[in-house]
Design a protein around this ligand. Structure first.
Ligand code: GAR
Length: 321
């Protein structure tokens, strides 16, 4: 799959951030499209705009419903629209843990403060009262704890003399309208960002015993063992020679396995130039459905294939327990 991410935007009010997300999605190339705008308030102004833009809408007042039942109805609408990410844009509801957990890593929020400062409500009044030089806005992943998920992007906005919470909120929104579309676009397309892929790979490769990173012909390489006796067990190859994709090169058990993998799953595996002849297999990393568990298993296998015996023996013993 290399299509666009499909986002559902949840709003409670004006929906100006939702509008910014929609209009940014109309400027090519944008890696997401807005497939639903949903609200807990049928009167939310943003719903009318979304409908006028030809976007599916859904509204359900929460009054008289349990939190779980209301969340379930919102989630059903999101699923019906075929959304793969939920983007909260001024959705003024605390979400139930189950809902948040089901969308872990696929639900983003924008919060009008420089998190971790001023979680919750009245952020601008609190920043002014504290005499802060700056307020700001943060885009973060949603986790069950309120406004505490990983911060993906922030912009600081100066507080000027005479600012009221309302005047500051208006200026912070200008920043939000720039920040949110960019942060959402970066997040949903991170699977094809070489810097992000290398970070992910590096963390996993260097978690294995006695490993270090050493560049090899301009690519990041990962070695096991001490000093000169160390050996490479993995290479990060950003569009390697003769190939369009971003890949990990690891040791296959031999040429038979290498050829079988390439034949059975040509979308995932390939025989790299030069290295292929020595039994290294290329694994395509820039796939939205990449399973990092598989990558970890390959790194371990390859590490084992070249690691000194004293280390693999220790691993064998550890695995017996
Ligand atoms: C935005 O400033 C957003 O950061 C804030 O509500 C406003 C919604 O404006 N969100 C929160 O306070 C969440 N705790 P909008 O409806 O015009 O996009």
């Amino acid at each position: 799959m290399t299509g666009k991410a499909r986002i559902a935007v949840l709003i409670s009010g004006a929906g100006t951030n939702m509008a910014a997300l929609v209009y940014a999605s109309r400027i090519a190339p944008c890696p997401y499209e807005v497939v639903l705008v949903a609200s807990n308030d049928p009167e939310a102004a943003g719903l009318k705009l979304a409908a006028a833009e030809g976007i599916a809408t859904f509204a359900l007042p929460h009054k008289g419903m349990t939190r779980e039942a209301h969340d379930a109805a919102m989630e059903a609408a999101v699923l019906k629209a075929g959304a793969d990410h939920i983007v909260l844009a001024g959705y003024m509801r605390i979400l139930s843990d189950g809902f948040v957990e089901r969308w872990e890593g696929r639900m983003l929020n924008i919060h009008p403060s420089l998190l971790p400062l001023y979680k919750g409500l009245d952020t601008h009044a609190r920043a002014i009262a504290a005499g802060d030089s700056h307020a700001g806005t943060s885009v973060h992943l949603v986790t069950p704890e309120l406004d505490a998920g990983e911060v993906l992007a922030q912009i600081a906005v100066p507080i000027v003399p005479g600012d009221t919470p309302a005047s500051l909120a208006e200026r912070v929104k200008l920043a939000e309208h720039q920040l949110y579309p960019r942060a959402v676009a970066d997040y949903v397309s991170r699977w094809r960002n070489p810097a992000w892929l290398l970070d992910q790979l590096r963390a996993r490769a260097l978690a294995l015993p006695e490993t270090c990173e050493q560049e090899s012909f301009g690519s990041a390489g990962f070695r096991v063992g001490e000093g000169k006796s160390g050996k490479y067990f993995a290479y990060f190859a950003d569009r390697p020679h003769g190939h369009e994709r971003i890949a990990l090169l690891v040791k296959a058990s031999g040429m038979d396995e290498l050829h079988a993998l390439v034949e059975d799953q040509p979308e995932t595996y390939f025989k790299p130039a030069f290295y292929g002849a020595r039994g290294w297999v290329g694994i395509v990393l820039d796939r939205p459905d990449l399973d990092w568990g598989d990558v970890e298993a390959w790194l371990q296998r390859s590490w084992r294939a070249v690691a000194p015996k004293r280390l693999t023996r220790l691993m064998d013993v550890a695995e017996e327990f």
